[in-house]
Ligand binder design. Structure first.
Ligand code: ADP
Ligand code: MG
Length: 682
């Protein structure tokens, strides 16, 4: 018996060349192969009479060969073989291109099983290149449910299926992790059947059951893992922070905190008092004012004589945070410092020396904060902004720079409530569900190319009123094929031919950090009228004078991402607008975009996204900060997700410390999942 960890090369027919093809699919071991699940199935179980075949709908039928196949050599590289077949209902002409074997294989007067689609015209039906098998053969391509695999160049579906079948014959599938009572309660197939049935189901119904089991299993492992992490942390102790007088902080703010902000601050205060490390997520829509909640937390840490670190995913954002914190904290006697990768070696060294000497109360920065060169004298609070951009591992790395410091993560990615618990199962959650007063909705419109003159006129009007505009493009360089507006080319077009009299600036992810900073800062100072950008501006930058955002080829972005982008306008007093353009004619796509025009509520948009795309895609998005799920990407229903979560909670209660085989297997799987997550997220 082989092991799941054995390389695929132990299988017959898999040499180094084949192995390379499998490696392209991230398949290295038998286990990888067995977990390379079909993306769909073709139901070839039912045989229908020829008469009932419908144009362009592939189906199976049983028919007798009515003549000897004849091959005509049309020209070099083109041979056409024709043969007629029939059942009791009708006759059908088959055509094969460049298939020399047909003549040998199809014998006059014998019956075969065929699978293919007819195409029809007024002369009669015809079928091109059907697959066929002899009646007494082992069903491979007909009379079965055929799994359809994600493939790579050179590797056919049949070759993949053969390899999977071999793997399942020589080694046992992954061990069962779900105790029998759990499987019974939730109607879940056992592992011993599911791993076979997902690849070679007897029926479509069985394929569905197998899929359900594997999705359930994946979510089960994930949420059990989070629960265990939470339990492990619950045992940890840390020095509590004492409450301090927040009046100076409040008076230094140019506004009063909203009720929701105050609530979040109170929840943080309660965590600080508890004597265990805080682990809290502050989730709030773009513009809801999360930064000031973080500032309050940093203030309390400083008043307790401890350092705080605030990590942002981009240099631009780190710099902006630094500016607002410095402005707020300097008059309060708190020392703030900035540390980013693009600073000179000397600048960085000086800042690090101050951090290590305890001369900095709040260090704001990018990944540079994580580097081994950064040592804190007494780190008591770690804050990460836009948490979805960071992996669990990065959070952990920053935490290790202190003695079990408190952890605060902030995210504007509105995760539907139904998924939030699953994603952030190891965190307490504060939700800021209220925007600062006076904010008006950003009016959003979806238009086609025919509106171009009106869009241009509108940009001109905003600029004439002294406002600024963002124009967001989906890519940096032009891509003819996809006809998407690349930022570079578009900026040039706008400057040269459309707005020669306006100041057009350009910013994109391929520019150097310092260059980006400078462009962004200049735009914020009002030194450009229109900023053509890629999604680098998605996160955080505050330009209150910007009142219009045009998003080109909006269908290329996810809904939540569009909402995030739109949050860059509507930050000042003036009425703001967002115009989405799209060439797309697909009704579903347009529906998705229209959902964005109807509401400004990030949570509602996320729910809509979820409804339209299903949780599979939601989790599949690389930005989610989640481990890459294998099966869950195959789309799944909400109920399976909820069941898996409930089951894992029950499991922890009942079997959490059990030494039964399933429990040990589960713990092993949790370890693997999180190890994989670290690998993909950093
Ligand atoms: P986000 O939640 O997207 O990080 P920010 O913290 O950047 O939001 O805040 C968005 C804007 O709202 C900032 O300009 C900030 O100064 C302002 N702001 C935050 N809280 C309030 C408040 N309570 N009243 C008025 N304005 C506020
Ligand atoms: Mg923010």
């Amino acid at each position: 018996m082989a092991k799941l960890s054995d390389p695929v090369t132990i299988l017959k027919g898999i040499g180094p060349a084949r192995a390379k093809q499998f490696a392209n699919l991230n398949i290295f071991t038998l286990g990888d192969l067995i977990c390379h699940f079909p993306r769909g199935y073709e139901d070839r179980t039912r045989l229908i009479p020829i008469e009932k075949l419908e144009p362009d709908v592939p189906a199976c039928f049983r028919a007798m060969v009515m003549n000897t196949p004849k091959t005509a050599h049309i020209r070099k590289g083109l041979d056409i073989t024709r043969v007629q077949v029939a059942d009791t209902s009708a006759r059908l002409n088959l055509t094969f291109f460049n298939n020399r074997f047909v003549t040998d294989q199809l014998q006059y007067g014998k019956e075969y099983i065929f699978y293919g689609a007819v195409s029809g015209d007024f002369i009669g039906y015809n079928m091109t290149n059907p697959v066929f098998e002899a009646m007494d053969s082992h069903p491979v391509t007909t009379r079965r449910v055929l799994p359809i695999y994600p493939l790579t160049a050179g590797l056919t579906n049949a070759a993949l299926l053969r390899a999977v079948r071999q793997a399942l014959a020589v080694c046992d599938p992954p061990a069962e992790i779900l105790p029998e009572p759990v499987r019974r309660k939730y109607g879940i197939l056992g592992a011993d059947r599911a791993y076979y049935a997902i690849h070679e189901p007897q029926s479509m119904a069985e394929a569905e059951l197998a899929k359900k089991r594997l999705i359930f299993e994946e979510f089960f492992v994930f949420s059990a893992g989070l629960s265990l992490m939470r339990a492990a942390r619950a045992g940890k102790k840390t020095e509590p922070f004492e409450d301090c007088n927040l009046t100076p902080f409040h008076s230094a703010l140019p506004f009063t905190l909203t009720g929701a902000q105050q609530r979040a601050v109170n929840e943080i205060l309660a965590d600080f008092r508890r004597g265990a490390p805080m682990n809290r997520l502050v989730q709030g829509d773009v513009g809801s004012g999360k930064t000031m909640v973080a500032a309050a937390a940093a203030y309390i840490a400083a008043k307790n004589g401890r350092q705080a670190a605030l990590m942002a995913p981009t240099e631009i954002l780190a710099e902006q945070h630094y500016d607002s914190m410095e402005r707020l904290f300097a008059p309060l006697g708190l020392r703030t410092a900035l540390l980013t990768g693009s600073m000179t070696v000397k600048e960085k060294r000086l800042v690090r020396e101050r951090i290590e000497a305890g001369e900095v109360d709040l260090a704001v920065g990018t990944h540079a904060l994580l580097s081994d060169a950064t040592t804190f004298s007494d780190l008591g609070l770690v804050i990460t902004d836009e948490q979805h951009r960071f992996g669990v591992g990065q959070r952990a790395k920053l935490s290790e720079k202190g003695r079990d410091p408190h952890l605060l993560v902030m995210s504007a990615t509105p995760i539907p409530r139904t998924l939030a618990l699953l994603m952030y199962g190891d965190l307490e959650v504060s939700i800021i569900d209220e925007l600062p007063p006076g904010r008006e909705n950003v009016d959003t419109f979806l238009v086609g190319e025919s509106y171009r003159p009106r869009i241009n006129a509108f940009i001109r009007k905003q600029v004439a009123q002294g406002h600024q505009c963002f124009v967001v493009c989906p890519a940096v360089e032009e891509n003819e094929e996809l006809n998407i507006k690349a930022a570079e080319t578009w900026a040039e077009t706008l400057q040269k031919t459309v707005f020669p009299d306006l100041r057009i600036a350009l910013i994109h992810g391929r520019m150097k950090g310092a260059e980006k900073e400078a462009t962004m800062a200049a735009f914020a100072r009002g030194e450009a009228d229109v900023l053509v950008a890629t999604t680098v501006i998605e996160v955080g930058v505050d330009v209150p004078n910007a009142t219009l955002m045009v998003i080109e080829d909006a269908d290329r972005f996810g809904l939540s991402q569009l909402h995030q982008l739109r949050g860059r306008v509507g930050r000042g007093k003036a009425k703001s607008y967002c115009i989405l353009t799209s060439h797309n004619k697909n009704q579903e796509t347009l529906m998705r975009l229209k959902a964005l025009c109807k509401t400004n509520d990030g949570f509602k948009i996320a729910e809509e996204d979820l409804k339209l795309r299903g949780p599979g895609d939601f989790f599949g998005s690389r930005q989610s900060g989640l481990p890459a799920f294998r099966v869950a990407n195959l789309s799944c229903d909400m109920q399976t997700l909820k069941d898996a979560q409930q089951a894992s909670a029950e499991w922890i209660d009942t079997y959490g410390t059990s030494d039964m085989a399933e429990a040990a297997a589960l713990r092993e799987r949790i370890g693997e999942l999180f190890a994989r997550a670290e690998g993909t997220m950093n």
